[in-house]
Ligand binder design. Structure first.
Ligand code: SAM
Length: 261
């Protein structure tokens, strides 16, 4: 259990997809003065070292965030580009921001953060990185989200980013999202899922589309990071998508489509 470690994968193309869209959504939500709540069910450690043995072993960041920057996908005007700059000013050029840090770089002091991370070491690292900026929960992320929704402030965003270590999670996720949406019908809920060669996400994505007909489903394909790597793309499903998100997803999709092996 809990054998997944994001340090091997931080900054890969799936992260670029997820974090690029996350940054755009947070930027959109913070255009209004009113404070918001940011919630994450599977937060990870927050800060990753791209020179670590784990990152160098897989080479996923080199094929992901580093490649996207050489290609100039996110300039300083894009919220993800802005978040990367702010984060690196504090943590250094070789550090990569996990989703809680992408969020923290863009949120205001009046916005509230709740982050769940079950793994003891990852949770300790997350606490050390976030300090007092966020409420950190060491418990199952779905339970945490169900307990605090609807949150105060009521506006906001929930990111669900599971590692899908167990196949049963593909069945559980739509039920959890339906329950949370029922309690918090104004919240933006964003799910990330892997697109694997085995296409394990297929039935889940179809179920999400039938449960949430106004939700946005977005999938991108990319070259596998290694010859034997089963992940060939990345998916997002967003409930209560902000105005203009469809066009932003198309822009990110078009950039990803330029990648070849
Ligand atoms: N969201 C992070 C980011 O984008 O930077 C990456 C998160 S990683 C894909 C998934 C994390 O969820 C792992 O750190 C794992 O320890 C944690 N985890 C697994 N099951 C969990 C659960 N039921 N509740 C909370 N955390 C969990």
């Amino acid at each position: 259990m809990l054998s997944y470690q994001h340090a091997y994968h931080a900054g890969n193309l799936a992260d670029v997809h997820k974090h690029g869209v996350l940054a755009w959504v947070i930027d959109y939500l913070t255009r209004k003065d009113k404070p918001l709540t940011y919630i994450e069910t599977h937060a990870g450690r927050g800060v990753y070292d791209l020179t670590s043995n784990e990152a160098l072993k897989t080479g996923e960041a080199a094929a992901g965030i580093l490649r996207s920057e050489v290609a100039g996908w996110f300039d300083a005007d894009h919220p993800y580009g802005a978040a990367l700059t702010r984060f690196r000013d504090r943590w250094g050029e070789n550090a990569y921001p996990g989703s809680p840090m992408v969020a923290a770089s863009l949120l205001r002091d009046t916005d509230v953060m709740h982050l769940a991370e079950l793994h003891p070491q990852e949770n300790a690292a997350l606490k050390a990185a976030m300090g007092r900026r966020a409420h950190i929960h060491q418990q199952d992320g779905y339970k945490m989200a169900k307990a605090i929704c609807p949150p105060t402030p009521r506006r906001g965003l929930l990111l669900i980013d599971p590692s899908f270590e167990q196949k049963a999670e593909y069945d559980q996720v739509p039920d959890a999202m339906a329950m949370i949406h029922k309690k918090w019908n104004v919240g933006v809920i964003m799910l990330w899922y892997p697109v694997l060669q085995k296409r394990l996400h297929g039935a889940m994505a179809v179920r999400l589309e039938s449960l949430f007909p106004d939700g946005l489903r977005h999938e991108v394909a990319f070259p596998p990071a290694r010859e034997d790597h089963g992940m060939t793309g990345s998916g997002l499903f967003i409930i209560n998508p902000p105005y203009g998100l469809r066009e932003e997803l198309d822009r990110i999709g078009a950039r990803m489509a330029t990648l070849t092996g």
